[in-house]
Design a protein around this ligand. Structure first.
Ligand code: AMP
Length: 279
């Protein structure tokens, strides 16, 4: 496995692989890798594929009062986990080099989905994600890129962006990996103490209960409101949103239409997100 920190040397390595007609699978991450990230990496491996994983804690996607400084960083452990999966390249770019890298041919556009769900509560988030994703895509020019359904809105945002910018990268979604209790794995779970972990379990419980109740009775508004109350009673501090949306993130969902429940909630000072496919 090659550990690469510098854009030019990464591109030289990629060019040599491309000459040998190898396809490139790319998994962008912010590190502190867990089984959720590693499931993307496993899916990215394939016949005649080169797998590149990036580790970059993107400062642009954090708001001023958010956890950029404290975000967990475990580069040595991450490198070990990736070595165990025998991937080809881990790209750990220098922050200044990525931030000053220009993409004159790719201009980040604003999409309407940036104003809903997480975008409503973290207005800088999607522009921040997009600003770095287009740089990484421009540097690597992957054939395939893998994103987790755990961050479904982010996956869908990148998919739309890739279509809009006519990138030749196929965006592939990967199922959410959960712990034995059902909590979606997240680097931010490291912030939770034992008491908070028990409270966090109520998020997936609420999603599953809501899904069950919707299958008995299609009254989304009333059922979601009831389950929001239960979450607050169980110790969740604040709910940013708890919504039913279509797979394309539209608000109006028909009873048998493809849909998902989306939630963002604070457990103490930790903001967690999760979602569950309904139909
Ligand atoms: P992050 O390091 O949080 O930026 O995540 C990098 C990628 O891993 C994103 O595409 C996430 O959606 C994905 N990911 C994070 N947690 C999970 C999980 N529990 N299951 C599946 N994918 C995940």
């Amino acid at each position: 496995m090659i550990i690469c920190k510098n854009i030019k040397s990464l591109q030289e390595i990629i060019d040599s692989y491309r000459l040998r007609k190898r396809k490139i699978s790319f998994v962008p991450t912010m590190g502190s890798l867990h089984e959720g990230h590693l499931s993307l990496v496993k899916k990215a491996k394939g016949k005649n594929r080169i797998v590149i994983v990036s580790i970059f804690v993107n400062p642009n996607q954090f708001g001023v009062n958010e956890d950029f400084k404290n975000y967990p960083r475990n580069a040595n452990k991450d490198i070990k986990s990736l070595k165990n999966l025998s991937i080809d390249i881990v790209f750990i770019p220098y922050e200044h080099e990525i931030l000053k890298y220009k993409t004159p041919k790719l201009k980040l556009s604003r999409l309407s989905i940036e104003r809903i769900l997480c975008g409503k509560f973290r207005p800088q988030y999607f522009q921040g994600v997009g600003s770095i994703i287009i740089k990484l895509f421009d540097i690597i020019k992957p054939n395939y890129a893998y994103f987790g359904e755990k961050d479904y809105q982010q996956y869908y945002f990148v998919k739309l962006l890739s279509t809009k910018l006519k990138l030749n990268t196929k965006i592939i979604s990967c199922k959410t990996i959960r712990d034995n209790f059902g909590i979606a794995l997240s680097s931010r779970n490291l912030y939770l103490n034992n008491k908070e972990k028990k409270v966090a379990l109520n998020i997936i419980k609420a999603l599953r209960r809501t899904k069950r109740e919707l299958s008995n009775q299609w009254k989304p508004k009333a059922i979601i409101n009831k389950n929001k109350m239960i979450l607050l009673e169980k110790g969740v501090k604040k709910i940013d949103y708890f919504e039913l949306r279509s797979e394309t993130l539209k608000k109006n969902v028909k009873k048998n239409g493809k849909s998902r429940l989306f939630i963002a909630a604070f457990i103490g000072s930790t903001r967690l997100i999760d979602n569950l496919k309904v139909n």
